[in-house]
Structures are given as C-alpha cells and as structure tokens.
Design a binder for this molecule. Structure first.
Ligand code: PMP
Length: 315
C-alpha cells in the first residue's frame, strides 16, 4: 500500500494519509514544537500475528513529553494503545511496522510560545524493516556536535525540534564515511548515539550512561538492563562514561526501537574487541527478539497482540 492511501489517526478521526492536513504556519512545523514516539511492531508469519512492542511504555513517555511542553493530550494511555492497534488493523498490516505517534502545536500564527496554542495528535504507521543494515557492525565516530543539555532543551523528552541535534551529528558521521555518531555531553562524557542509547561491556560488566548524562531514557535501554540483570545475571552499572572508556571496551552496542540491539565494530578508528559481535550483545539480542515476538512468557506484558480475537472478522 502506498503511504498516501494508508489509514492514519488524526485529530480524533481515522483518515487517509493524503486527506489529512498540517498548516504551513503551524507551530509544530515552524518552531519544532511537537513530541513523538517510534514504536515497533513485529510480524509473526507462522502465527499470523502482529506484536507491538512496549506500547504502554511509549505512550507513558509521550505523555511525559507532552507535559514538559505544556501540551494537552486528550487520551488516556489505554485509549492511545487502542488507537495504535486500530490503525494497524485498518491497514491490515502483515509485515514488520513502525508506528509514529505525534503530538504537535497546531496554532497557525506568528509568535513562539507554549501556551495559547492548539494541540493536535496524529498516529501514522508504516511498513518497516531494518534501521541499520542487518548483520554488520557499525563504524562509529565521536561527534563534534555535543548532545543537547537539559539546561537548554529537555533531553529526556522526545521533542521534534531537538532532533536537529541528532540530524547534525548523524549527517556529520555519514559525510565522514561512518555509520553512526556518538555524542558527548557538554562536559565531555559519553551520552548516546544520534537516535539510540549506548552500552559497553567491559570485564563482564554492562555499562551505560546514567540518565543525568542527557540521554533519552530509552524504552529498549530499560528492557536491555532488565534482560541483562534477570536473564544473563550480569552486573549493570549506570554511570558517567569517559570517551577513552569507549576504546577499551570488549563489546559495544546501540539500542533503540528502530536500532534494536546493533553492535558497534569500530569507534574513532579503533576496533571494539575483535570487531565482531560479542557474546553478551548476541545473547541480549536473542532475548529481545523472543520477547518482541511474544515468545517469552515472563515478559508477555511488554507486547500487544494486534489481531488476537479480531483475525476471524478480518480475513
Ligand atoms: N536516544 C534517542 C535520541 C532516540 O531518538 C532514541 C529512539 N527513540 C533512543 C535513544 C532509543 O529510545 P527507545 O529505545 O525508546 O526507542
């Protein structure tokens, strides 16, 4: 199906993508005043079921982001989950998908502000496969762009405007012939990738920057920490990480809804470990894949089945 014909949810109704409208002067577009999420759905061809990963957690973060931007999101977490499922059902997806909920300031006048603007909400869903080429380690470089600091714009909110920071860093990395950027915080500690959290394995311990390092508190990051502690029974330490620690890691990987768990083969022209995907990274990736496809009963509450109970009516 073409994007323009897909069914989206926009301002309280389901509509064809091309029949929705965003005003050219809207504050979301002009001032970057919006919050969004990126949610993955995984198609299980064998069982003909689409699993949405951690819907509730994503909508909780969206709600927290809207609060920071003084926006009114007129839907409860349950209602948002229902909208997400309904959009998938109406598109009759039978493939991996990516869901993009977007709350934005839709006033169409001149004057940057948070209050006194209308708020709009949309949810778009598209077929999606891999964010990074599968099976290959990422070649990363420390960016000359620093990660936005919480004193300038809220780093833990997923705000459209702050993605100029990610785009600058990612593009610089690509133009330098690399795959991905690693951003440092303003005081020089490691923060994260352009759209993914960063983990290191060193001496059997998993390290990741703590939330005060201006990271987006990733949903995948949280699940990876849980899996490492509960399933692999390894120690996880959230603490500031120095740049030179990147160079002495045995393993390094990025996590995100789009990124999944993707290993890093090289940082600043230094090979990470032996340059191949390490055992901790591989084990965590296997656990995450099983969890995402609803195959791990211990984490059944982290997935939502789209077609459960509705398949008969649909097909
Ligand atoms: N950091 C940034 C800046 C991101 O855009 C993302 C993707 N949402 C992440 C980290 C990873 O977060 P999550 O696991 O919730 O997708």
């Amino acid at each position: 199906m073409e994007l323009r014909d897909s069914i989206v949810f926009s301002n309280g109704a389901y509509a064809r993508y091309d029949d929705t409208r965003v005003g050219l002067l809207s504050h979301g577009l002009n001032y970057g005043l919006g919050c969004f999420e990126g949610i993955r759905g995984f198609w299980d061809a064998e069982n003909r079921e689409l699993f949405l990963l951690q819907l509730r957690e994503h909508f909780e973060r969206l709600t927290a982001s809207t609060r920071i931007l003084l926006m009114a999101l007129p839907y409860s977490i349950d209602e948002l989950c229902e909208i997400a499922v309904e959009v998938c059902v109406r598109n009759r997806f039978e493939c991996d998908v990516y869901l993009r909920p977007l709350a934005y300031k839709s006033a169409e006048d001149i004057g940057v502000r948070l209050l006194g603007s209308e708020d709009s909400f949309a949810l778009i869903a598209v077929p999606f496969s891999a964010y990074y080429p599968p099976g290959i380690g990422l070649r990363c470089g420390t960016s000359s762009w620093r990660r936005i600091d919480d004193t300038m714009a809220p780093a833990r909110a997923k705000i459209t405007g702050t993605y100029v920071n990610s785009a600058l860093a990612k593009s610089e990395a690509k133009l330098n012939g690399l795959d991905e950027a690693i951003l440092l915080s303003h005081d020089g500690h490691v923060s994260e990738g352009s759209a993914a959290n960063l983990f290191l394995v060193r001496g059997g311990v998993l390290f990741t920057p703590d939330p005060s390092q201006n990271v987006l508190e990733g949903i995948t990051r949280g699940t990876v920490i849980d899996l490492a502690r509960r399933e692999l029974r390894i120690e996880v330490r959230e603490r500031p990480i120095d740049r030179s620690e990147l160079y002495s890691a045995d393993e390094a990987f990025l996590t995100g809804s789009a990124a999944g768990i993707t290993y890093i083969s090289e940082i600043d022209h230094r090979r990470v470990g032996d340059g191949a995907r390490g055992p901790v990274t591989a084990a965590l990736a296997t656990y995450l894949t099983n969890l995402a496809l609803g195959r791990d009963p211990a984490y059944a509450d982290r997935v939502t089945r789209v077609y459960a109970g509705r398949a008969a009516a649909l097909r």
